[in-house]
Design a protein around this ligand. Sequence first.
Ligand SMILES: [Cu+2]
Length: 296
Amino acid sequence: MINNIQARLASALRFPLILLCAWFSVSAWAVNSLPGGPALLELNLQPPVTAIARDQAWLNDLLMIVCTVVFIGVFGVMFYSIWKHRKSVGHKAATFHESVAIEITWTIVPFVIIVLMAFPATKLIVAAKDTTNADLTVKVTGYQWKWGYDYLNGEGQGIAFLSTINPKMREFAAVGARGAPIPDNYLLDVDHPLVVPVNKKVRIITTSVDVIHSWAVPALGVRQDAIPGFVRDVWFRAEKVGTYYGDCTELCGKEHAFMPVVVKVLSDDDYTKWVAGEHQKLAAGSNASSAPVASK
Ligand SMILES: [Cu+2]
């Protein structure tokens, strides 16, 4: 009898217990927003730190408004017509066929809307592709699964290194939420971030040695495919000192999730100091992190 009651109690409590355990494991996942990277409950684009990223946010809002107005207009007319002309109130089907006026209208109106949307979009794409007069040029090479940075031109010329994910992140990924608390920069920490000066036009040239990758940093409004055998370019001028996070955004193999992009934006003075330090390391020839990318 007692055994029976115990068994019933256990089975009755099983579900709430599972819920409780799930709750505790969920609370163990708790992470905070990462400045310069993803934020908790973020619904919109990341806060922009370049003019291009700001324009992208504005364009996104504008197009969203246009789409919403069109959506409400089209579905409003449709549902009103269905409801107003239903058979149960005795409505008879119309028998007309062809209407030149209606057909011209529903061709011209969407055409005008699309052309109006294409103007600001094209303008922005052209601006995002204008890589002339850069202060600094960095070649970004995609590898399975890391990034290579070569400073080709401008202050810092000659610096080259590989940027690889912090191996701790792989451990976090392997044990999942059952392990230690997950850091805010989960999967977004590298050994050597790309370092650039603030308010300087940085031209990024992308290429790859194996498969197609894509170098992207949302806060900088930058995303460019890195294609083997091809060279593409993009640019940004960061307006705020800070660290900004992105990811490879082209599925490139089993460790695609383990090749984040981290860009550290420094003040002019700090950047000059960083460059001096890197050149010193290069001259000493003792720093593995500054080994030329080609000799990976
Ligand atoms: Cu990739």
